[in-house]
Design a protein around this ligand. Structure first.
Ligand code: C2E
Ligand code: CA
Ligand code: CA
Ligand code: CA
Length: 276
């Protein structure tokens, strides 16, 4: 038994070392990701579920480094810890602005692009100024840009509030991402006016087999409606899920409609899709 315990410890230690080593290597690569052109932005469409009209698209960052394709859930936390999220976040924002212009030039109807913003970016003292500068330099209409924030921003409520107000004054939309899974979702919308709620996909997932969760999902949708806020449900994967949602007149996005696509594939998909 003693021998066994030692082996387990050894195993655990090796795994930990492997993880730490991988993280360190990724960190080194991430420093060069922008200059080495390893970052791309993919787009996932958002729909009016009854009319099939496209109401927006979410920009999702992708990174391919010498270690392969690294998922955002792995590299975004590293970017946040190291501060690299600042240049990387600006890069995504600028790229999204360029693609807004690109879509227009290629004849797509205009719809807002949503960009994910880390709390660390939102809280930076010059964030508003940077957003304003990038929008001006790229020459896009602020209303075609939505910034998705999460409730962790509200740990720094006073500053977050000022920055969110300033963004909305610029004419940029603000969306609360992963709504409903944090600790203070209600308190956030009580304190600050927000343009859009994005209901976390776990609600929709669990709604199929759990009536209580389904009732909660419906109640959250009603909350959004009552305060005149756009509601988007994310993670739609099946027809069954759409049937739950259509009666509520919400917006949605998910693999059922389209995975996030590279910008050129997104355009092909957009122009070739059947319109109803
Ligand atoms: P998120 O903002 O909650 O984004 C939604 C995630 O769900 C995306 O994962 C998307 O690809 C995935 N998804 C979309 N439809 C479905 C579906 O039907 N089923 C399932 N199971 N998943 C679906 P992704 O692209 O891997 O991004 C993961 C997270 O990384 C994002 O979660 C966001 O928090 C973060 N992230 C991605 N891009 C950026 C960025 O540019 N900046 C920042 N700060 N964070 C980003
Ligand atoms: Ca998001
Ligand atoms: Ca989300
Ligand atoms: Ca998320």
């Amino acid at each position: 038994a003693k021998e066994n315990g030692k082996n387990n410890y050894q195993f655990y230690n090796d795994e930990l070392n492997k993880k730490m080593k991988r993280k360190m290597i990724l960190e080194t690569y991430l420093h060069k990701a922008i200059e080495k052109n390893e970052l791309t932005v993919h787009y996932q469409p958002q729909f009016n579920l009854t009319s099939f009209k496209i109401v927006g698209a979410e920009a999702l960052l992708r990174w391919e480094c010498p270690m392969g394709k690294i998922p955002p859930d792995e590299f975004i936390p590293i970017a946040e810890e190291t501060g690299l999220i600042m240049p990387i976040g600006e890069w995504v924002l600028r790229q999204a602005c360029r693609d807004i212009k690109r879509f227009k030039a290629n004849g797509l109807e205009s719809f807002p692009i949503s960009v994910n913003i880390s709390t660390r970016q939102l809280m930076a003292p010059n964030f508003i100024e940077r957003v304003q500068t990038i929008i001006a330099e790229e020459g896009v209409e602020p209303k075609l840009l939505t910034l998705e924030i999460t409730e962790s921003a509200f740990l720094y409520y006073e500053d977050a509030k000022d920055n969110i107000l300033a963004l909305r004054n610029l004419g940029v939309g603000v969306s609360l991402d992963d709504f409903g899974i944090g600790y203070s979702s209600l308190s956030m919308i009580r304190k600050i006016e927000i343009d859009e709620l994005k209901i976390d996909r776990s609600f929709l997932n669990d709604s199929i087999k759990n009536n209580r969760v389904r009732s909660l999902l419906e109640a959250i949708i009603q909350i959004g409606k009552k305060i005149d806020t756009k509601v988007i449900v994310e993670g739609i994967e099946t027809k069954e899920q759409i049937d739950i949602l259509t009666v509520h007149g919400v917006f949605g996005q998910g693999y059922f409609y389209s995975r996030p696509l590279p910008v050129d594939e997104f355009e092909v998909w957009y122009t070739s899709r059947e319109t109803h």
